[in-house]
Design a protein. Sequence first.
Lengths: 466, 101
Amino acid sequence: MASEELQQIRFVSPVGSVGGGIAGSALDEAMAQAPDFIACDAGTTDAGPFSLGMGTAAFPREAVKRDLSLMLRAGRKANIPVIIGSAGTAGGDVHVDWVLEIAREIVAEHDLTLRTAVIYAEQDKTYLKRLLGENRILPLDPAPPISDSIIDGSSRIVGMMGVEPLQQALSDGADFVLAGRCSDSALFAAIPLMRGFPPGLAWHAGKVSECGTLVCETLGKGVIFTTVSQDEITIRPYGAGLRCTPQSVAAHSLYENANPYLHRECSGTFDLTDSTFEAIDDVTVRIRGSKFMSEPHTVKLEGAELAGYQSIIVGGIRDPYIIRQLDVWLDSVRKYIDESVARVLGDKADKNSYRIIFHKYGINAVMGALEPDPKHLPHEVGIVLEATAPTQDMAHKLAQLSRQPLLHYPIKEWVGSITAFACLHNPAVIDRGPVYRFNLNHVAVPSTPVEMFRTHLMDLCASRNS
Amino acid sequence: MILADIASLIRSKNAGPFTLTFDVMFADLAGYRRVKDSGALNPAAFAKLYRCPVDKVRYFECENALALKFSIPRPLTQGELGDGDTHGGQQFIPLLNVEIP
């Protein structure tokens, strides 16, 4: 990395998430421009806490393998590093190992040799409890309560790394960096920062590049090619019909960010308040003026804990006499269910140990208490009965015991036995397995930027790949 | 006129599991300025629509993106039992009918 005289650094963001589907021909076009590295994020909390809690990925293995294979082969052909972060959706150790196994297959199938750095981001609970005791775990806003028992009760806790562990791995000669949970922007900022480019531009370049073509005017199949120099960023897509415009690039900072101007990273905050966006040509935008303020190093924590096991029943109600008194009727159904549960399951199902929720589609299932029009009655209401309990067996039995009262609980308007609920399925009960909740919105204050992350260097090559 | 008739896109989304964020976007500077200068979209009005304390509402005017933006704590954490919108994508509806004088 001889670099003092580097005028600019160029990189490719091939897709918003590994497994999202790289446009191969657009990647070829971008690689023809001789980029210095390829980086791609593979994770998110967007889908919910399940991936982190359960240790599974949100994308199919085949989709991840296809994208990773395209990137690793392109990287080797050009002899440039490939950096992947937040492996396997949640970036826990099990997720990293899952992607590492896929990488081993790719190496074997394509006869590659890869100096690989694997960086684990899962956190040791004893270490976190020590930090907590030293007041070195701080809440963000809003934050759920934290304690030793919350930490112990977590299924998995990851720390979101910044550029430092990535830079260490690159300095050690890695041409494939496979990282656990990682800041998306850090994947792209690591090398520009190592080579002395201004931090505000390095971080902002990462930020606008990390979602792939989401930064374009309209989303489409393509890749993003970004250049950072001492005083500006340029960003453009490769892919049919795609363009970056000053508005589309500026607006990208809004998406999924609470504050569009200030973005907190491990090592500080980058500030886009004074950033300017100009069109260079029909598809390329120039950014200037982005700043970075160094701050004490913090590492964001993400944790998930088991909320229970779920079983559901899906169906609907069409009877207008029930719909007009739906809440009262469902309260009666719930009371009947509670009585059945107490009678049948007795001590096995303490009322505080389970929860039954009716999601009322057509009334307020989507917005809940925020629904601005809760009095509007539709001609049909969809119901999802959701039973959550400490075991799958109990959740299943709760749902089974719910079916009869849902079907037959009477209303005074009708004389005789009614069937009030249209079940969608037989069997009516669907077991959903374990469900998780996010239980941390905190940052840790480590002694060094790298102490929370464990790096393993290894050579992946076809011949030694078992 | 209502906001939905002027904005080019009104959207909501999680900003992490604990925050909801709302973007009101415009096709041109005239539309952006008309809504911004009307004062109809402000933290107090937003707090009323979303039944949350006004000091929890963050409001941003983003002229270079032609957008107005709000962020609030999520009423229920993403994926918490009872949360009916995992991605937070359908929570913008109360903004549609805001009268712009």
